[in-house]
Design a protein around this ligand. Structure first.
Ligand SMILES: C[S@@+](CC[C@H](N)C(=O)[O-])C[C@H]1O[C@@H](n2cnc3c(N)ncnc32)[C@H](O)[C@@H]1O
Length: 241
């Protein structure tokens, strides 16, 4: 029976934060480096970034180390995850602004006043229904300043059952490239990945739908990175929009 991740549970949150994040996503370092590079190239010293599903602050740590002065309003519905983030980011003072609440109703939250030049969401939009995703995209569009950009990094629909030979090949290569050996504590076989994926009760959308919803919200959007079932979308609110 597929299960939802228990984000509100303190033990679950501690386990998630402490787990080996490369085991089910061997390219995570590359993905995070990409999103932080995109932010670093566009942010001014006092930029305010909105992060939806900011979790335990691992992405913020990279942002703060790389972009001096940038601040992040991190929205997360799990107080346990935000507690870990507060501790992790304590040395960065008030640059992290935690906001407890659901990303499905951003208007109901006490967000810091913008303007937001950037919004991001990393491995989190699959947590909400497709209808909520569309609403979130429209809400982010409204919160961003004209010309502002929303970067979404998340899973896309997995076709590993239908295209198992091709997916297995990419999975094995990803692990080889990351220096991870199958069968070791760090590694996960393709069969284990399939099982893990089947057991998760998530709302993963196809690449085409995610692009089309971003465009439907008014963004100019494209997919900048796609590897295995992970994608990074860039969506820009037009300057005159
Ligand atoms: C897989 S974690 C990703 C955390 C972080 N972005 C990262 O990549 O390290 C997903 C996060 O989304 C949060 N989340 C799940 N549903 C949410 C919702 N409806 N509103 C806000 N946050 C949510 C969870 O509490 C969790 O912290």
């Amino acid at each position: 029976m597929p299960q939802k991740d228990a984000w509100a549970d303190k033990d679950f949150a501690d386990r998630w934060d402490g787990k080996n994040h490369f085991r089910d996503n061997p390219d995570r370092e590359e993905q995070l480096d990409l999103i932080v590079s995109l932010l670093a190239d566009g942010c001014g010293d006092d930029s305010l970034i909105l992060d939806l599903g900011s979790g335990s602050g691992r992405v913020e740590e990279l942002i703060f180390e790389r972009i001096p002065g940038a601040r992040v309003a991190g929205v997360d519905s799990s107080p346990s995850m935000l507690d870990i983030a507060r501790k992790r980011l304590a040395t960065f003072g008030n640059r992290f602004i935690p906001v407890v609440g659901g990303m499905g109703d951003l208007a109901a939250l006490e967000l810091p006043t913008g303007p937001y030049a950037f919004a991001i969401s990393v491995q989190a939009l699959h947590e909400v229904s497709h209808e909520e995703k569309k609403k979130i995209m429209a809400d982010v569009y409204a919160l961003l300043e004209p010309g502002g950009v929303f970067f979404v990094l998340d899973r896309v629909a997995f076709e590993g059952e239908a295209l198992s030979g091709a997916y297995r090949s990419v999975w094995d290569r990803l692990n080889r490239k990351a220096g991870i050996k199958e069968g070791t504590k760090e590694g996960m076989s393709y069969e284990e990945y399939l099982k893990t994926y089947r057991e998760k009760d998530d709302h993963v959308a196809s690449l085409e739908d995610q692009l089309s919803w971003l465009r439907g919200a008014g963004f100019r959007a494209s997919c900048l990175y796609l590897h295995y079932n992970r994608a990074l979308f860039a969506a820009r609110r037009p300057a005159g929009g």
